[in-house]
Design a protein around this ligand. Sequence first.
Ligand code: NAD
Length: 261
Amino acid sequence: MSLASKTALVTGSTSGIGLAIARALAAQGANVVINGFGDAAAIETERAKIETEFGVKCAYDGADMTDGAAIAAMVAKAEQAFGSVDVLVNNAGIQHVAPIEEFPVEKWNQILAINLSAAFHAIRAAAPGMKARKWGRIISTASAHSLVASPFKSAYVAAKHGIAGLTKTAALELATFGVTVNCISPGYVWTPLVENQIPDTMKARGLTREQVINDVLLESQPTKQFVTSDQVASLAVYLCSDAASQITGANLSIDGGWTAE
Ligand code: NAD
């Protein structure tokens, strides 16, 4: 498969799963737009590495995923610079762990904005071009938490269930235009997002770091192994292939058996 002459925009791709997806799509020949926060010099290093390693063009856009207008502008800028946005990956996400009665209202609003509304704004902006060109791939990084819940993650679980619903709706609307819309639902992937929630989970549940890793995180995964970012990226690449053109509206688990229980 080749994605040469296609452009992929991956939100939240300065780190973790998003960076792995951006690199995997670039490896297939796609020009990529990366997005996310972080140290400017480190982001520039990753951007330049994608260009030299894969011989594609790579741009960085620092749009804040809580800002709908900035998201629309990012899509328009990418279309202007590269001619199209053919693959949209809604991946940016944050987590906050706290009992619901203590859950900070601003964290609820921020998680809903970044983990759910940002995908709506990006799909809304990218769909017209995809429809006109009669080809497109929209992929959102959902989570096992789009299918099942865990305590202390009310905003995250609500937002990820929302992504599953948004995926189905957009898939139906775009089905006759050669545009597929799917979400990928990983179990625990070892990234900064998982590492950073360990201290709060220790506090919320009164556990040690090792207990959180083994008894909370890997407890959910029958394989007792973390999923890797590269495994998630391979699934995203597959969804961009012609072989996957009849997969739409799906929520694909990659969770070591978590949601089979
Ligand atoms: P990560 O923390 O490594 O990466 C998150 C990315 O989102 C970073 O690039 C960050 O800069 C960006 N981001 C955060 N807030 C932003 C904002 N306001 N505007 C723009 N970018 C912003 O996390 P990750 O584990 O790679 O998570 C990526 C996605 O995968 C998230 O949607 C997450 O919910 C989902 N996910 C992760 C796991 C896991 O175990 N790590 C499991 C299931 C789903």
